[in-house]
Design a protein around this ligand. Structure first.
Ligand code: THU
Length: 147
């Protein structure tokens, strides 16, 4: 988790996602993906995909980043405070553009309030989408009577 001195641009978030994709463990798909999450607290958390010989155990880049975000949140703050809330999720695949989060990752990002998704367009530019467009008619914590 890196506390940014100022709010990173979409292009900077994509670059951080591209950088961490170099760490992807992808012996089966050879499809490296990186994700960079900007939290409401202004931190950036990154993650890459990690595959497994038991293919179904593969973890996508977005979920690696999300679990890192939770693990690194301030345990003193209620709900990890703003550090466990996602403003923007930037996603880069080294072999495909754009690369949108898969359905499972959309659901996991929604759990933590993700507001925007940024992907790299085919021409290399950053494209930003409101989360409700990425996951319309969503189901989430707000639908459960757990308050
Ligand atoms: N993958 C991600 O990490 N994120 C996505 O948004 C799409 C798919 C990974 C999973 C698997 O390791 C590889 O890409 C091919 O599906």
């Amino acid at each position: 988790m890196v506390q940014a001195a100022r709010t990173p641009s979409d292009e900077e978030l994509l670059q951080l996602a591209r950088d961490v994709a170099a760490n992807a463990y992808v012996p089966y798909s050879r499809f490296p993906v990186g994700a960079a999450l900007l939290t409401r607290g202004g931190e950036v958390v990154t993650g890459c995909n990690v595959e497994n010989a038991s293919f179904g155990l593969t973890i996508c880049a977005e979920r690696t980043a999300t679990t890192r975000m939770c693990a690194q949140a301030d345990p003193q703050a209620p709900d990890g405070g703003t550090r466990r809330r996602i403003v923007t999720a930037a996603v880069v695949a080294l072999k495909a553009a754009p690369c949108f989060p898969c359905g499972a990752c959309r659901q996991v990002l929604h759990e933590f309030g993700c507001q925007f998704v940024v992907v790299e367009d085919a021409d290399g530019s950053a494209k930003r989408y409101p989360f409700a467009q990425i996951l319309p008619h969503s189901f989430g914590p707000e639908d459960l009577d757990v308050r």
